[in-house]
Ligand binder design. Structure first.
Ligand code: SAM
Length: 241
């Protein structure tokens, strides 16, 4: 299977650090009271894994990350911290092919749901209905756009490291009734001088709150917003209509 993040991984992890400054506190709050195990779906380089570990200092964490490039970042981040390497297991499979604990305290799916088509989401909701412990929950976010619309070229990241600056740009085009294709460009500058450019493309399955709620309801799961509105975060628990 190809690694969509093979060429972009060196930029993706550093560019996800600033958004995680805002996502971390609401994720910690949403996990309050969970004992584990916790699955971090598409853990990337592990920004969220670290937040989960700090929020739940006793919980076992299973971080699922199929991209070898991003998994390298994740394993390094985990192995460098005694508090992480004792209780974080990194699995290389896609979520729906991974062997997960039978019972789950929480499932965290941040910045990842768009990688799953409708059938993939159904499989995730079935897993939650089947495996979540009493009081267990999932925490995820929806990222715009919620409809398959064109998104004009936008700079979404600007990070300076040493003498270099890394800019992340993205534009999207509709690709059928439920998905878009993101065309990403990662530009490196040395001072003002362009020093490199990497392009990457991802298919992203779009979803709005109403459809998410309907899908969850079919599995007896309930959706509620959590955190600041701009974070687009939700908690999923048992008890839907
Ligand atoms: C935008 S990154 C987000 C990483 C991390 N959750 C974060 O917010 O920092 C999306 C991640 O989802 C992973 N991913 C894509 N398809 C997946 C699947 N089927 N199962 C698990 N992870 C998947 C990618 O490899 C990538 O690491």
């Amino acid at each position: 299977m190809t690694d969509e993040y093979e060429r972009s991984a060196e930029f993706v992890d550093v560019m996800l650090a600033p958004p995680w400054a805002a996502l971390g506190p609401p994720l910690s709050a949403a996990l309050r009271g969970i004992t584990g195990p916790v699955v971090d779906v598409g853990a990337g380089g592990g920004h969220g894994t670290r937040v989960i570990a700090e929020a739940l200092p006793e919980a076992e964490i299973v971080a699922v990350e199929p991209s070898p490039a991003l998994r390298s970042v994740l394993l390094s981040r985990v192995s460098e911290s005694a508090r992480l390497r004792d209780r974080v297991t990194v699995l290389p499979e896609h979520l729906l092919e991974a062997t997960l604990p039978d019972r789950l305290g929480a499932v965290v799916a941040m910045n990842v749901l768009g990688h799953f088509d409708a059938a993939g989401r159904q499989a995730i909701w079935a897993m939650l209905a089947d495996r979540l412990l009493p009081g267990g929950r999932a925490v995820l976010n929806l990222q715009p756009p919620a409809e398959p619309v064109a998104v004009p070229e936008t700079r979404f990241a600007d990070v300076r490291i040493g003498r270099r600056r890394y800019e992340g740009w993205g534009r999207a085009e509709p690709a059928g009734p439920d998905s878009i294709i993101w065309d990403m460009t990662y530009r490196t500058y040395d001072g003002d001088r362009p020093a490199g450019e990497v392009a990457a493309h991802y298919r992203w399955w779009v979803l709005d709150e109403r459809r998410l709620k309907e899908e969850l309801g079919e599995h007896g799961l309930a959706l509620s917003p959590t955190g600041p509105a701009e974070a687009g975060m939700y908690v999923i628990e048992r008890g839907g209509a």
